[in-house]
Design a protein around this ligand. Structure first.
Ligand code: PLZ
Length: 490
């Protein structure tokens, strides 16, 4: 199909007609990626935008829908990023669009601290009902994830009268000053931005792959490590313990079984508020509405964001009424906190989950991806682990024997995928993890096409490096069959 930018076919009317059509859910390469228009726009960007902003793929997007990002050169790129786990219901979900359009026509903003609107209450009610935990809850809405995490700390401090915060190795909680201190990775998040707020202490994370005492001992030994930090620092001086139920930026690390429940028990024993940062893993991403459900664990406070607003900035802190109401009146807020357009979008997101089969969709994505990528983890393969849940999945590149991270392999694979029109993101403390975050609404054929490109990219990178021979031949044959399966469907 032609790009809407091919105006010869009928000028503006043609463009408008094209724009009202659904975006075809197939990958299409019309130019190199990035194409000439993106390249020009990127050059202009460099002249205007702070160089502090990086970019994973310097391509400018014209439209996005389902599993496709269509760029300004008319290329159709498979979206394995969802704007970092935001557009789970799709970047043009009609239920989200309809509610936002209606709200836009009525009013854009009042500031909830000035005059009220009931969509704010409705979003809070949904979160109070759907977050894990069979106790009375209240919710506060905010705009960014970092802001919500900071507010969870404010609430925990007000409720406990304590100051300290416990966070974990490989954690990511944001880029504001306090959340930078809570984030583990130095570069790029923290370099040159200190000093940071004090009273942030770090404990071991029960990360199975690299746990020195072996994966089977990770939970018990990490919990002992947590107790040791608390003992050394004074357990009764901690306001909050904050953890991602599956770590996101840190490398899609699924904590060893029982770790989250053990933390909850430790927190309860010491009167520490247990805070789950579900910003990336929550809102259906893992095939359950909240990732902590897999471990049967409820937070005293749970922080949500990203997919909550369906692409509009909306985040929340939800938790026990006695904590949420411990803050003095007027102590929480923000000009844009729970903006009406964002609340309308969230109500559309809830409707999408209630009417669509999206949690099952996330599990189907996991099945398909697991079938293709898990076989690549062989004894001499630099893919040392396939992990994650639902539509939050990753492969880690490292030396098969020493586990020394191989970030250059991950970067090379991502670059080849990008050139073939598949948007892949890298993450991890060592930058050696390829993560997949497709929209939950991605079609199976598109998903398989994207995976075939990924496997082919891995095989071609192996072919040019010194990767073990069985790993290389496994990748090559997996690539051949993945490509074959995708082609058979096309
Ligand atoms: N907590 C678990 O994943 C945001 C950050 C990308 P904000 N993750 C993507 C980047 O490089 O800035 C995130 C998260 C978890 C908190 C946050 C912060 O959310 O909305 O970016 O502030």
């Amino acid at each position: 199909m032609d790009s809407p930018y091919d105006v010869e076919e009928g000028g503006l009317a043609y463009i408008e007609a094209m724009e009202s059509l659904p975006l075809p859910q197939t990958r299409l390469l019309r130019t190199a990626i990035p194409g000439p228009t993106s390249t020009t726009l990127h050059a202009e960007r460099v002249q205007q935008v702070s160089s502090g902003f990086g970019v994973a793929l310097p391509v400018f997007i014209d439209r996005a829908e389902g599993g496709i990002l269509q760029d300004v050169d008319g290329n159709r790129i498979i979206d394995f990023a969802s704007g970092i786990a935001v557009t789970s219901v799709g970047a043009s979900n009609p239920l989200v669009q309809a509610r936002v359009r209606d709200q836009l026509a009525r009013f854009t903003h009042t500031c909830f601290m000035v005059t009220e609107y009931d969509s704010f209450t409705a979003v809070c009610e949904w979160l109070n009902t759907h977050t894990p935990g069979d106790f009375e809850k209240r919710t506060a809405l905010f705009s960014t994830g970092a802001e919500a995490v900071e507010n969870a700390i404010k609430i925990a401090r007000a409720a406990t009268g304590r100051e300290k915060i416990l966070v974990f190795d490989d954690a990511y909680h944001g880029r504001s000053l306090l959340t930078m201190a809570m984030t583990a990775k130095e570069n790029p998040y923290k370099t040159s931005f200190g000093p940071f707020p004090g009273e942030v202490h770090r404990a071991p994370m029960a990360a199975p792959l690299r746990w020195p005492g072996g994966a089977e001992n990770a939970t018990a030994e990490a919990l002992a490590g947590v107790e040791a930090v608390l003992t050394a620092q004074g357990a009764d001086t901690f306001a909050a313990m904050v953890i991602e139920p599956i770590q996101g930026e840190g490398g899609f690390i699924v904590p060893a079984p029982g770790f989250l429940a053990g933390l909850r028990d430790i927190a309860a024993r010491h009167g520490i508020v247990f805070v789950l940062d579900e910003i990336q893993a929550g809102m259906g991403r893992t095939g359950r509405m909240f990732a902590s459900e897999y471990e049967g664990v409820a937070g005293d406070l749970v922080v949500t964001g990203k997919a909550l607003g369906g692409g509009l900035p909306l985040t929340a802190v939800t938790g026990r009424v006695e904590l949420m109401n411990a803050v003095h009146a007027g102590g929480l807020g923000g000009t844009y906190a729970g903006n009406p357009l964002a609340c309308a979008a969230a109500l559309g997101v809830f409707e999408a989950f209630e009417t669509g089969d999206l949690l099952a969709g996330a599990l189907r994505i996991e099945d398909t991806v697991r079938r293709v990528l898990e076989p690549l983890v062989t004894e001499d393969s630099p893919i040392v682990e396939f992990r994650g849940r639902g539509a939050m999945l990753a492969i880690e590149f490292a030396d098969a024997v020493t586990l020394e991270p191989r970030p250059l392999l991950a970067a090379a694979v991502a670059a080849r995928c990008h050139a073939q029109g598949v948007l892949i993101l890298v993450c991890g403390t060592y930058g050696n993890v390829i993560r997949l975050l497709p929209p939950l609404v991605i079609g199976r054929e598109l998903l398989e096409d994207g995976l075939a490109v990924l496997v082919q990219a891995i095989a071609s990178v192996y072919a040019e490096s010194t990767v073990g021979s069985t790993a290389a031949s496994t990748a090559a044959s997996t690539a051949a069959s993945a490509v074959g399966a995708a082609a058979a469907r096309a």
